[in-house]
Design a protein around this ligand. Sequence first.
Ligand SMILES: Nc1ncnc2c1ncn2[C@@H]1O[C@H](COP(=O)(O)OP(=O)(O)OP(=O)(O)O)[C@@H](O)[C@H]1O
Ligand SMILES: [Mg+2]
Length: 279
Amino acid sequence: MSIVVRDVTFRYNPGTSLERTALEDVSLSIGRDELVLIGGAIGSGKSTLIRHFNGLLRPCSGQVTVDGMQASEKKVRSRVGMLFQFPRQQLFGRTVFEELAFGPKNFGLRGPEIEKQVHYALELLGLGRDILSTSPLRLSGGQKRLVAMAGILACRPDYLVLDEPLSGLDAENKGLLISALRLLNSDGVTIIVVSHRVSDMLSLADRVYWLDRGRLVFSGTPAEYAGHESLPLPEITCLMKELRTRGFDVRCDIFDTDEAFREISRVLGSKRVKGAAEE
Ligand SMILES: Nc1ncnc2c1ncn2[C@@H]1O[C@H](COP(=O)(O)OP(=O)(O)OP(=O)(O)O)[C@@H](O)[C@H]1O
Ligand SMILES: [Mg+2]
């Protein structure tokens, strides 16, 4: 059970003077229960790629299947929840409650069942119930993003695809969103996160894909990503690499400061012990 992208090429406005190739010969596969990052510079084709996962776009050549079905099949839509890059494209309810209830209602749930799904989504994201009566239009950019995400979670998708989910969030909400993603993933939801800055999510990921001008140029684990010469790395990973070139026996597949602290303490600690033993 997985999303499989095989030899996909996609052009906007094909056959016109505005033709633009956004994806070229892209192949990848995302297994059930994985947490995957898709990175790449601005305009490299990330949003175009993920819109193929629920049939919003169809390839000019190649194919995309979800659990063995063509991604354009209607049944796929309820399995693949998608948070768009610009949440305004996603919000249309009069209140946040209407917004969150829309998906579950559409899938045939009624009264108390809908409320249960709405509260489940709110709790996952650490949102208070008082937000339910607010108009989505009166929310800040970051709140809109969280509400759009809650609307998707209320439908309990098997695959959750998030386009730049951390942009516009402050440190606290980033933390809440990341914990929610961890929880969902451990609960069996496959998570696909798109970001032109993968730094914040590398420590969570099982696999990383990197696009460059519409082509897939890297596929591997976060540790393999850290060992790559020309991909952008978090500052903390660069520091670990620098320490290593200066002779410290530290690991370089480290993406957050807490882990770096533990690793540096381990190495300095062992040096001190060694030094003390030599004295
Ligand atoms: N609707 C469209 N019509 C024509 N060209 C488009 C359209 N949407 C995107 N493109 C072009 O396709 C290419 C890939 O765009 P896409 O939005 O997929 O990139 P991205 O990696 O998501 O970028 P960003 O990091 O800015 O979100 C870009 O060159 C872009 O200009
Ligand atoms: Mg994009």
